[in-house]
Design a protein around this ligand. Structure first.
Ligand code: ADP
Length: 394
């Protein structure tokens, strides 16, 4: 069996990891070190025997947490480490082996993702210190969307903002869209056609994929553009910032917090950012929850319709992410809001395809296909890491 790849997704106060075996059928060890820096820091996950565990890390920083993770993986010999890096700018169009020059380039891209890239790099430095002899590979959330044509990635702003400051649409969730579009191409008879993908988790984005390449996506310069998300607003009138500044005296910091942390499903419902909670509340006729779900679904449909313009032909729609994989009622409402697409949802298949199951949920009577495909961002990062290493073998 081939050695596993260790996948690291390092955030500002957390590290997610997965040890992805070479054989996809083998079980995966995975876990999360969270609340790093706090007294209540802890590590939880699934060990090599498939057992759940949780233990305190008392004030551990990223380096200490990484050491604890590796300790828990005792006996595992990862062939390489694949790091999720949020922003690769225009420089990184695919997974890249990390060396000093690549580290500098990722740091330079930090201005475009000040909350994410520096945190991702902490993970890289920690594993470089602990595993200096192992190849380290950066897999970028933006790389899959570097095939967007200018008509999709340019904003209608003065040219110098793009040329000098990189102000353009980049797109995110690339590992998820890459995984799901590759998977549907292996499952459907309409392989290598035109697919619309709806990744619906805490963050949400849509993507138009033609013959395996991303042609447009709903997220832009930052992961705030596009759909309604758990706590993110998605699209608002760009005039909102000036309006709130002038009328309410709000600072840019305040507006940033509003749009990223207090909006979306949480802001609309006044209740929660969690779709399970909202579905429960809506069943009990909570007006805020009902409205939040309605706006959420309508905006997904509107985005899919808009992105269909990027495709020469529409072969189907794929749902993924925690909501896309589990919330059958959300999928049904999105399909219902696209009446002119000729979609035929199978109510039975839709209701049955939840809980991490993969499957086709249309009635197979012609028209675009409908699929549910669980995302696997860690699996994709491991796949791209391995692919890069295989290519560089003599
Ligand atoms: P992240 O983007 O953080 O990886 P996930 O992809 O896990 O998030 O998605 C989280 C979302 O999925 C939450 O809104 C959660 O309520 C929703 N979700 C998970 N399971 C279900 C379910 N059975 N029914 C409805 N929504 C669900």
């Amino acid at each position: 069996m081939r050695d596993p790849v260790l996948v690291i997704n390092c955030g500002s106060s957390s590290i997610k990891y997965a040890l992805v075996p070479g054989d996809p059928a083998s079980p995966r060890q995975s876990g999360l070190a969270e609340r790093l820096g706090g007294d209540d820091a802890r590590l939880k996950g699934i060990d090599g025997d498939g057992q759940h565990f949780a233990r305190p890390l008392h004030g551990a920083d990223h380096a200490a947490a990484m050491a604890a993770i590796l300790d828990g993986l005792d006996g595992a010999h990862p062939v390489a480490v694949g790091h999720r890096i949020v922003h690769g700018g225009e420089r990184f169009t695919r997974a890249t082996r990390i060396d000093a020059a690549v580290l500098r380039a990722i740091e330079a891209t930090g201005a475009l993702a000040p909350l994410h890239n520096p945190a991702n790099l902490v993970g890289v430095h920690a594993t470089l210190a602990l595993f200096p002899e192992r190849p380290q590979v950066a897999v970028f959330d933006t790389a899959f969307h570097q095939t967007l044509p200018p008509r999709a990635y340019r904003y209608a702003l003065p040219q110098h903002l793009y040329a000098r400051h990189g102000i353009r649409r980049y797109g995110f969730h690339g590992s998820s869209h890459a995984h799901v579009s590759a998977r549907v191409d292996t499952l459907s008879a309409r392989a290598h056609g035109g697919w619309l993908i709806a990744h619906l988790g805490n963050g949400c984005s849509t993507c138009a994929v033609w013959q395996g390449q991303s042609l447009d996506t709903s997220m832009g310069l930052t992961p705030l553009e596009g759909l309604v998300m758990g706590t993110r607003s998605g699209d608002v009138d760009p005039g909102l910032h000036a309006h709130l500044g002038r009328q309410l005296g709000w600072s840019l910091e305040r507006i940033d917090t509003l749009l990223n942390k207090e909006s979306g499903l949480l802001g609309l419902s006044g209740l929660s950012n969690d779709m399970r909670r909202l579905e429960q509340a809506a069943a009990e006729h909570h007006a805020g929850a009902e409205l939040a779900i309605e706006v959420f679904c309508y905006r997904i449909a509107k985005s899919l319709a808009a992105l269909s313009c990027a495709l020469p032909r529409l072969d189907g729609i794929v749902f993924t992410g925690g909501i896309g994989e589990n919330a059958a009622a959300v999928r049904a409402r999105v399909v219902e809001a696209l009446p002119h697409f000729g979609l035929r949802l199978s109510a039975a298949a839709n209701a049955a395809t939840v809980g991490g199951h993969e499957g086709r949920i249309d009635t197979d009577q012609g028209g675009p296909e409908l699929w549910v495909i669980p995302t696997d961002e860690e699996g994709r990062i491991a796949f791209e890491t391995r692919q890069l290493l295989d290519e560089s073998q003599p």
